[in-house]
Design a protein around this ligand. Structure first.
Ligand SMILES: NC(=O)c1ccc[n+]([C@@H]2O[C@H](COP(=O)([O-])OP(=O)(O)OC[C@H]3O[C@@H](n4cnc5c(N)ncnc54)[C@H](O)[C@@H]3O)[C@@H](O)[C@H]2O)c1
Length: 259
Protein backbone atom coordinates (compact mmCIF):
# COMPACT_ATOMS: atom_id res chain seq x y z
CA UNK A 1 0.00 0.00 0.00
CA UNK A 2 1.37 3.42 -0.83
CA UNK A 3 0.13 6.92 -1.36
CA UNK A 4 -0.04 10.38 0.16
CA UNK A 5 1.05 9.19 3.64
CA UNK A 6 4.04 7.03 2.66
CA UNK A 7 6.56 6.86 5.50
CA UNK A 8 4.28 8.49 8.09
CA UNK A 9 3.53 6.90 11.45
CA UNK A 10 -0.04 7.31 12.70
CA UNK A 11 -2.04 6.44 15.81
CA UNK A 12 -5.82 6.08 15.71
CA UNK A 13 -7.66 5.84 19.05
CA UNK A 14 -10.96 4.00 19.14
CA UNK A 15 -9.54 2.25 16.08
CA UNK A 16 -11.21 -1.07 16.87
CA UNK A 17 -14.66 -0.05 15.66
CA UNK A 18 -16.73 2.24 13.45
CA UNK A 19 -15.20 5.55 12.45
CA UNK A 20 -11.82 4.84 14.08
CA UNK A 21 -11.56 1.52 12.27
CA UNK A 22 -12.37 3.15 8.91
CA UNK A 23 -9.78 5.88 9.55
CA UNK A 24 -7.13 3.29 10.45
CA UNK A 25 -7.85 1.27 7.28
CA UNK A 26 -7.80 4.41 5.13
CA UNK A 27 -4.56 5.87 6.57
CA UNK A 28 -2.90 2.47 6.07
CA UNK A 29 -4.19 2.33 2.48
CA UNK A 30 -2.64 5.79 2.00
CA UNK A 31 0.73 4.36 3.05
CA UNK A 32 0.95 5.20 6.77
CA UNK A 33 2.08 2.71 9.39
CA UNK A 34 -0.81 2.66 11.83
CA UNK A 35 -0.96 2.06 15.57
CA UNK A 36 -4.53 0.99 16.32
CA UNK A 37 -5.50 1.83 19.92
CA UNK A 38 -8.73 0.72 21.55
CA UNK A 39 -10.12 0.04 25.01
CA UNK A 40 -11.01 -3.33 23.52
CA UNK A 41 -7.54 -4.66 22.73
CA UNK A 42 -8.93 -7.63 20.83
CA UNK A 43 -10.73 -5.40 18.33
CA UNK A 44 -7.63 -3.20 17.98
CA UNK A 45 -5.55 -6.26 17.12
CA UNK A 46 -8.23 -7.57 14.74
CA UNK A 47 -8.23 -4.28 12.79
CA UNK A 48 -4.42 -4.32 12.68
CA UNK A 49 -4.59 -7.90 11.33
CA UNK A 50 -7.11 -6.77 8.70
CA UNK A 51 -4.71 -4.04 7.57
CA UNK A 52 -1.74 -6.40 7.50
CA UNK A 53 -3.72 -8.98 5.50
CA UNK A 54 -4.50 -6.25 2.94
CA UNK A 55 -0.77 -5.51 2.56
CA UNK A 56 -0.49 -2.57 4.95
CA UNK A 57 1.47 -2.05 8.17
CA UNK A 58 -0.31 -1.87 11.51
CA UNK A 59 -0.07 -2.84 15.16
CA UNK A 60 -3.00 -3.11 17.57
CA UNK A 61 -2.74 -2.20 21.25
CA UNK A 62 -5.26 -2.23 24.09
CA UNK A 63 -5.26 1.38 25.34
CA UNK A 64 -7.80 3.09 27.58
CA UNK A 65 -7.58 6.81 26.82
CA UNK A 66 -8.57 7.63 30.40
CA UNK A 67 -5.22 6.20 31.51
CA UNK A 68 -2.12 8.27 30.87
CA UNK A 69 -0.02 5.22 31.76
CA UNK A 70 -1.68 3.04 29.09
CA UNK A 71 -1.43 5.83 26.49
CA UNK A 72 2.28 6.30 27.17
CA UNK A 73 2.83 2.55 27.00
CA UNK A 74 1.00 2.31 23.65
CA UNK A 75 2.76 5.34 22.20
CA UNK A 76 6.11 3.89 23.37
CA UNK A 77 5.30 0.60 21.66
CA UNK A 78 4.51 2.29 18.33
CA UNK A 79 7.58 4.57 18.53
CA UNK A 80 9.72 1.52 19.29
CA UNK A 81 8.45 -0.20 16.14
CA UNK A 82 8.51 2.62 13.60
CA UNK A 83 9.86 5.85 15.15
CA UNK A 84 8.19 9.19 15.90
CA UNK A 85 4.40 9.49 15.56
CA UNK A 86 3.35 12.46 13.41
CA UNK A 87 -0.33 11.68 12.76
CA UNK A 88 -2.97 11.29 15.48
CA UNK A 89 -6.67 10.62 15.01
CA UNK A 90 -8.72 10.78 18.22
CA UNK A 91 -11.87 8.74 17.61
CA UNK A 92 -12.27 6.98 20.98
CA UNK A 93 -15.59 8.06 22.39
CA UNK A 94 -18.52 7.03 24.51
CA UNK A 95 -22.11 8.20 24.28
CA UNK A 96 -24.61 8.95 27.03
CA UNK A 97 -28.35 9.30 26.51
CA UNK A 98 -29.91 10.45 29.79
CA UNK A 99 -32.52 12.91 30.95
CA UNK A 100 -30.69 16.01 32.17
CA UNK A 101 -31.99 15.63 35.72
CA UNK A 102 -30.75 12.02 35.91
CA UNK A 103 -27.11 12.74 35.06
CA UNK A 104 -24.90 12.17 38.08
CA UNK A 105 -21.48 13.71 38.65
CA UNK A 106 -19.98 10.26 38.02
CA UNK A 107 -21.64 9.91 34.61
CA UNK A 108 -20.82 13.49 33.60
CA UNK A 109 -17.17 13.00 34.55
CA UNK A 110 -16.92 9.57 32.90
CA UNK A 111 -18.10 10.95 29.54
CA UNK A 112 -15.75 13.93 29.73
CA UNK A 113 -12.87 11.70 30.82
CA UNK A 114 -13.03 9.69 27.57
CA UNK A 115 -14.23 12.23 25.01
CA UNK A 116 -12.46 15.41 26.08
CA UNK A 117 -9.71 14.54 28.55
CA UNK A 118 -8.83 11.41 26.50
CA UNK A 119 -8.29 13.61 23.45
CA UNK A 120 -6.20 16.02 25.54
CA UNK A 121 -4.04 13.20 26.93
CA UNK A 122 -3.37 11.58 23.56
CA UNK A 123 -2.48 14.92 21.95
CA UNK A 124 -0.07 15.62 24.79
CA UNK A 125 1.52 12.18 24.43
CA UNK A 126 2.38 12.56 20.72
CA UNK A 127 2.84 16.34 20.31
CA UNK A 128 6.53 16.20 21.33
CA UNK A 129 7.25 13.88 18.35
CA UNK A 130 5.45 16.28 16.01
CA UNK A 131 7.22 19.35 17.40
CA UNK A 132 10.58 17.59 17.03
CA UNK A 133 9.71 16.64 13.41
CA UNK A 134 8.39 20.13 12.59
CA UNK A 135 5.36 18.41 11.01
CA UNK A 136 2.20 16.91 12.38
CA UNK A 137 -1.46 16.25 11.75
CA UNK A 138 -4.10 15.89 14.46
CA UNK A 139 -7.73 15.08 13.64
CA UNK A 140 -10.19 15.06 16.54
CA UNK A 141 -13.55 13.39 16.01
CA UNK A 142 -16.13 15.59 17.74
CA UNK A 143 -19.86 15.47 17.00
CA UNK A 144 -22.59 17.36 15.17
CA UNK A 145 -24.48 17.25 18.49
CA UNK A 146 -22.04 19.90 19.70
CA UNK A 147 -22.97 22.16 16.78
CA UNK A 148 -26.75 22.01 17.03
CA UNK A 149 -27.31 20.72 20.55
CA UNK A 150 -29.07 17.45 21.32
CA UNK A 151 -31.73 16.69 23.93
CA UNK A 152 -30.85 13.91 26.41
CA UNK A 153 -27.20 14.28 25.41
CA UNK A 154 -26.12 17.32 27.45
CA UNK A 155 -23.03 15.63 28.93
CA UNK A 156 -21.96 14.09 25.61
CA UNK A 157 -22.59 17.24 23.55
CA UNK A 158 -20.78 19.39 26.11
CA UNK A 159 -17.75 17.08 26.00
CA UNK A 160 -17.71 17.25 22.19
CA UNK A 161 -18.15 21.03 22.27
CA UNK A 162 -15.04 20.99 24.42
CA UNK A 163 -13.24 18.96 21.74
CA UNK A 164 -14.10 21.64 19.17
CA UNK A 165 -12.80 24.52 21.30
CA UNK A 166 -9.76 22.48 22.35
CA UNK A 167 -9.02 21.83 18.66
CA UNK A 168 -9.17 25.51 17.73
CA UNK A 169 -6.94 26.52 20.63
CA UNK A 170 -4.36 23.77 20.07
CA UNK A 171 -4.24 24.66 16.36
CA UNK A 172 -3.23 28.23 17.25
CA UNK A 173 -0.61 27.04 19.70
CA UNK A 174 0.99 24.36 17.49
CA UNK A 175 0.66 26.08 14.10
CA UNK A 176 4.16 27.61 14.30
CA UNK A 177 5.53 24.04 14.69
CA UNK A 178 4.14 22.84 11.36
CA UNK A 179 1.31 20.96 13.06
CA UNK A 180 -2.31 21.23 11.96
CA UNK A 181 -5.19 20.39 14.30
CA UNK A 182 -8.69 20.00 12.91
CA UNK A 183 -11.95 18.44 13.99
CA UNK A 184 -14.54 16.43 12.12
CA UNK A 185 -17.98 16.48 13.76
CA UNK A 186 -19.73 13.47 12.21
CA UNK A 187 -23.47 13.54 11.73
CA UNK A 188 -25.47 10.31 11.54
CA UNK A 189 -22.83 7.75 10.54
CA UNK A 190 -23.82 4.07 10.61
CA UNK A 191 -21.51 2.42 13.16
CA UNK A 192 -21.99 -0.03 16.02
CA UNK A 193 -22.60 3.03 18.27
CA UNK A 194 -25.40 4.31 16.03
CA UNK A 195 -26.92 0.84 15.68
CA UNK A 196 -26.84 0.38 19.47
CA UNK A 197 -28.62 3.69 19.97
CA UNK A 198 -31.20 2.98 17.26
CA UNK A 199 -31.96 -0.42 18.82
CA UNK A 200 -32.67 1.34 22.13
CA UNK A 201 -35.02 3.77 20.35
CA UNK A 202 -32.81 6.80 20.98
CA UNK A 203 -32.97 7.92 17.35
CA UNK A 204 -36.76 8.11 17.38
CA UNK A 205 -39.48 5.55 16.93
CA UNK A 206 -39.11 5.46 13.12
CA UNK A 207 -35.49 4.28 13.27
CA UNK A 208 -32.56 4.73 10.92
CA UNK A 209 -34.52 4.88 7.64
CA UNK A 210 -36.55 7.86 8.82
CA UNK A 211 -33.41 9.73 9.88
CA UNK A 212 -31.87 9.02 6.45
CA UNK A 213 -35.01 10.36 4.76
CA UNK A 214 -34.67 13.64 6.71
CA UNK A 215 -31.00 14.01 5.72
CA UNK A 216 -30.45 16.42 2.78
CA UNK A 217 -28.39 13.90 0.73
CA UNK A 218 -31.04 11.26 1.53
CA UNK A 219 -28.77 8.62 2.95
CA UNK A 220 -26.98 7.75 6.17
CA UNK A 221 -23.25 8.39 6.36
CA UNK A 222 -20.74 5.57 6.33
CA UNK A 223 -17.52 5.45 8.38
CA UNK A 224 -15.63 5.69 5.08
CA UNK A 225 -17.15 9.17 4.53
CA UNK A 226 -15.34 10.34 7.67
CA UNK A 227 -12.17 8.44 6.77
CA UNK A 228 -11.98 10.21 3.39
CA UNK A 229 -12.05 13.65 5.02
CA UNK A 230 -9.60 12.46 7.67
CA UNK A 231 -7.21 11.19 5.00
CA UNK A 232 -7.20 14.58 3.28
CA UNK A 233 -6.66 16.48 6.54
CA UNK A 234 -3.65 14.23 7.28
CA UNK A 235 -2.05 14.83 3.88
CA UNK A 236 0.65 17.34 2.97
CA UNK A 237 -1.87 19.09 0.74
CA UNK A 238 -3.97 20.11 3.75
CA UNK A 239 -1.12 22.05 5.37
CA UNK A 240 -2.95 25.40 5.18
CA UNK A 241 -6.06 24.04 6.90
CA UNK A 242 -5.97 24.22 10.69
CA UNK A 243 -8.31 24.98 13.56
CA UNK A 244 -11.25 24.07 11.32
CA UNK A 245 -14.50 22.22 11.88
CA UNK A 246 -15.03 20.06 8.80
CA UNK A 247 -18.62 18.81 8.99
CA UNK A 248 -19.23 15.44 7.33
CA UNK A 249 -22.96 15.09 7.80
CA UNK A 250 -24.84 14.87 4.49
CA UNK A 251 -26.05 18.44 4.98
CA UNK A 252 -27.46 17.91 8.48
CA UNK A 253 -26.63 20.76 10.87
CA UNK A 254 -26.11 22.97 7.82
CA UNK A 255 -29.72 23.73 7.04
CA UNK A 256 -32.71 24.17 9.31
CA UNK A 257 -35.11 23.34 6.51
CA UNK A 258 -36.41 19.80 6.03
CA UNK A 259 -37.39 19.43 2.38
N1 LIG B 1 -21.54 7.38 14.58
C1 LIG B 1 -21.93 8.63 14.58
O1 LIG B 1 -22.93 9.00 13.93
C2 LIG B 1 -21.18 9.66 15.37
C3 LIG B 1 -21.70 10.95 15.41
C4 LIG B 1 -21.01 11.92 16.11
C5 LIG B 1 -19.83 11.60 16.75
N2 LIG B 1 -19.34 10.34 16.71
C6 LIG B 1 -18.06 10.10 17.39
O2 LIG B 1 -17.23 9.33 16.55
C7 LIG B 1 -16.32 8.57 17.35
C8 LIG B 1 -16.38 7.11 16.92
O3 LIG B 1 -17.68 6.62 17.19
P1 LIG B 1 -18.32 5.38 16.43
O4 LIG B 1 -19.66 5.79 15.99
O5 LIG B 1 -17.33 4.83 15.48
O6 LIG B 1 -18.56 4.42 17.70
P2 LIG B 1 -18.03 2.93 18.02
O7 LIG B 1 -18.68 2.61 19.33
O8 LIG B 1 -18.25 2.05 16.86
O9 LIG B 1 -16.47 3.14 18.24
C9 LIG B 1 -15.95 3.79 19.37
C10 LIG B 1 -14.70 3.04 19.81
O10 LIG B 1 -14.12 3.79 20.90
C11 LIG B 1 -13.64 2.82 21.81
N3 LIG B 1 -13.52 3.41 23.15
C12 LIG B 1 -14.53 3.75 24.00
N4 LIG B 1 -14.01 4.20 25.16
C13 LIG B 1 -12.66 4.13 25.03
C14 LIG B 1 -11.58 4.43 25.90
N5 LIG B 1 -11.79 4.85 27.15
N6 LIG B 1 -10.31 4.24 25.44
C15 LIG B 1 -10.10 3.78 24.19
N7 LIG B 1 -11.07 3.46 23.33
C16 LIG B 1 -12.34 3.65 23.75
C17 LIG B 1 -14.68 1.71 21.79
O11 LIG B 1 -14.15 0.51 22.33
C18 LIG B 1 -14.98 1.63 20.31
O12 LIG B 1 -14.14 0.71 19.66
C19 LIG B 1 -16.75 8.77 18.80
O13 LIG B 1 -15.91 9.74 19.40
C20 LIG B 1 -18.16 9.28 18.68
O14 LIG B 1 -18.53 10.07 19.77
C21 LIG B 1 -20.00 9.36 16.05
Amino acid sequence: MSGSLDGRVAVVTGGGSGIGRACALRLAADGAKVGVFDLDGESARAVADEITAAGGTAHGVGVDVTSREQINQGVGEIRGLWGPITILVNSAGRELFKRFLDITDELWNAVHDVNLAGTFRCCQAVAPDMIEAGWGRIVNISSSSAQGGQPFMTAYAASKGGVITFTKSLALELGPNGITVNTIPPGFIITPMTERNAAKGYLGADGLDAVAARTPVRRAGQPEDIAAACSFLCSDEAGYITGQIIGVNGGRNTTSAVF
